[in-house]
Design a protein around this ligand. Sequence first.
Ligand code: LEU
Length: 420
Amino acid sequence: MFTSDLTKLSVVSRALSQCGHFMLTEGYNPWDSKLERIKNTMGDHPDYLKLFLSTHNFILRGDGALPWDYRHYIAIMAAARHQCDYLVDIQKEMFLEHGGDSAWLQGLDCVPDKLRSLNEINKILAHRPWLLCKSHIIRLTKESNWSLAELVHAIVILAHFHSLASFVFGCGINDQDDPDAPVNNSKKILILGNVEPEVRVDQLMERMRTLSQREEEFSVEEQTQRFLRVDHRDQTIDIENSRVLKQTSGLGHFIEDTEFTYQDFQRRGETGDFPTFRVQDYSWEDHGYSLVNRLYNDVGNLLDAKFKKAYNMTYYTMGGNKDVDTSRFRRAIWNYIHCVFGIRHDDYDYGEVNQLLERSLKAYIKSTCCYPERVATRDFAQVLAEFEHSEKVHINLMVQEARMQAELLYALRVVMNHMK
Ligand SMILES: CC(C)C[C@H](N)C(=O)O
């Protein structure tokens, strides 16, 4: 074993012992060997890992409205939406270990109606969270007997496992043993076509410097156009994604309506039915955080710490360069992820996204967020050739957290409207 591996292992075990607080459940070790891959990959970023484990253990093991078998089954439903057999297998084991009825593992037809009724919001939150509306909440609470506390717990588990599936596929954890592994009987097609870097790291750093010296102001109209253009220029990303073979998932019994997938923001704009979500009107800090804390113990604090860490984390490095202020690059990534889910930060100049994120990086990020099951291990290896491995993992952590926050923002805004 190399010294760097040993160092990594010791930070991972330190992080684990520090969050033991949530793990002390009699005779229970949630970290079976399969989860080693996630821990080792996240172990590049030990401060983040610690916060991730605290939340993960809390939503599965801590105080909360839902019984344990429900928690694991909901996790299975969420991971199955993205065909993530790696996470589904782990959660199936845990479901059985905690007294779950093995008949339920035959599929949604065999679970109580209450659990099955979550299928609709699982699907919507995973692929088109902007479609969620009050009537979904009313149906679940009135017809299917969900209390709001139970429902918010379920929503947090769903969002957590959808975004964890993004991390698992984005970092190539699902098929780590064989990068060309056939997934669900079909061969993955690489999302990144030509992977020659379009922008070299030194050019990128130069662009960041230029942007930070600039003091241009744009009209509101121009700002809106820039937001709309971010994704418009990259319509081909979706076309390429739709070319990827339709997979016949072996997990189809845990989900319904398998054809329902992400729909591009731009196309949504054309129908005009779903306006942009403006963070100024409903933000995590001012609204989501306190609402989730109110309905589900203190989970808001855990989530908040994790979001902040993922957003602010920096080592001031970029592809072998030191002392680099990377904040503009990281902000462009975070805001681009929100943008693909139709979320806009009014005070941000979206022109920066197109200047700082090359097309292949956008394709990789968008696919990891919206179609994680189509991302192959080779995509991780090939994207951003000049960057360090740990920097690519860092980007995947941002994908995971920004995506989770986007899902929660849509869901919690609807819950708030329902409570008015
Ligand atoms: C995503 C990476 C380029 C982040 C960079 N290594 C930093 O420390 O800020």
